[in-house]
Design a protein around this ligand. Sequence first.
Ligand SMILES: O=P(O)(O)OC[C@H]1O[C@H](OP(=O)(O)OP(=O)(O)O)[C@H](O)[C@@H]1O
Ligand SMILES: Nc1ncnc2[nH]cnc12
Length: 473
Amino acid sequence: MQVVAELPRIVIGRSSTNVSCSSRKIASFHLGIGRDWDFACVITRVWDRDEDGSATARVVIQWVYDLAGGLLPLSTAVYAADLGPDPRDLSLARSAFGPNLPRLASLKCHLDPRDVLAYACPLPQVKTPRLIFLITGDSGVGKDYCADSWALTINTRSKAGLKARLVSISDATKRDYAAAKGADLERLFRDRMRDDAPVTAFAHLVSDSMVLEVKIITSPGTKLARQGPSSDDGGGGDVADSCPTVTFNNDKNGNEAASAFCEQYLLPLLDEDFQPLREMVRLTTNCPRQGVEFRDVLGISKQPGGVALCNSLLRSDFAGDWTKVDVIACCETSGIMYASVLATHVNIPLALIRDAGKLPPPTISVSKSSSYISSSGSTQEKTVKMGTDAVRKGGSVVIVDDVLASGETLCTVLKLLGDAGIGAENVSVMVVAELPVHRGRELSRQLDFGRVKVQSLVVPRPQCGKADDRFFW
Ligand SMILES: O=P(O)(O)OC[C@H]1O[C@H](OP(=O)(O)OP(=O)(O)O)[C@H](O)[C@@H]1O
Ligand SMILES: Nc1ncnc2[nH]cnc12
């Protein structure tokens, strides 16, 4: 652990036997922190090698930390090398890396998920929010009021002890986010948070979190009464392909209705059962090809109780009414496993969509681009088919799949259903795991399927052993 701080500059050496803060090393610090400093303070104490790990060595090291701790507030910058893994080095790392520290921590988390380079630097834990509720609605419907109420309800009532944090998506938030994630700040500033499809616009930017939209509406009379006639209506109004996760009617004054809504609709989304399912999705890097992160969603079935848990969540999380669903549609291969178990339990027939040549005629067909995982970089196309009698024209269909990634598979199924006379307004989608980074919702919106309600059970957990999973935001 070595530190050079400015005004006064501090060089702190911790080493056994050989004092390593030679003038050569100090010279190299010059390169590390620039030349605009006047002097460096070198703090060094030594112990004999055979006292490594002894009480004496511990006292010596503590002395260095105490002295550095006293001097750091007086410094303006720090040069750091060989920090960690001692957690006491964290404050030195903070001083050394300043506002870049969260970004460095996030990069380390992604590039070294198993913490092989534990000795490189003691970095803070990256806290990834498990779930983000985007509260939307026209100006004056009471977004701030409801957000306050719901955060309070979550913080006091969540059985899993999850904590909610309120954040407004201001320029400052975007700046913090860009610093932490290395995102393109210019683009974040440019892209307005679109009220008509905010999950689509936002989810890929926070791709380790589940993003859900809670839309607040009121009658025009209530809005007028609360806000006055001269208000500027900043919201998007009713948009044809708006598809919020849940909608809250905030016409009644007082907290009672908001709090009851949270209990009924939001708290179940924080159900503890989603967490084990999320953890069952293992990650393999560079599979099936270099640069690809494979999420083994089908592997849930290899874990004790995995299929049963998944099935029960698919059943209970569905925002619609299973008794009004005519058919569950699924596309080979992996989706069929989850769809068939679900179909058995909700007693609904399956419409199987299979590769050409695997279903008896008569069939209808559509061409399909490869899924993100199955494509080998090229744009391969194949034909998939469905029996003409698999769905009734105008019937109500739920598509079930294991993964939503690029959305190619989902859009193919939607096209096929469209050709069979099932309009987007009669279709819902349930997937076990969503990988927002591949922007499947965006593709479905581009192809005019924005009105289709897509629900996913989990966004697989970020592969960082240190993430604090009790942290809701
Ligand atoms: O959103 P997308 O990029 O289309 O990815 C999602 C699809 O990818 C997988 O199918 P795939 O046919 O690759 O593999 P499978 O045979 O295991 O179902 C998965 O089962 C989904 O259907
Ligand atoms: N299991 C998976 N992991 C990663 N990307 C995918 N795209 C489709 N399926 C996927």
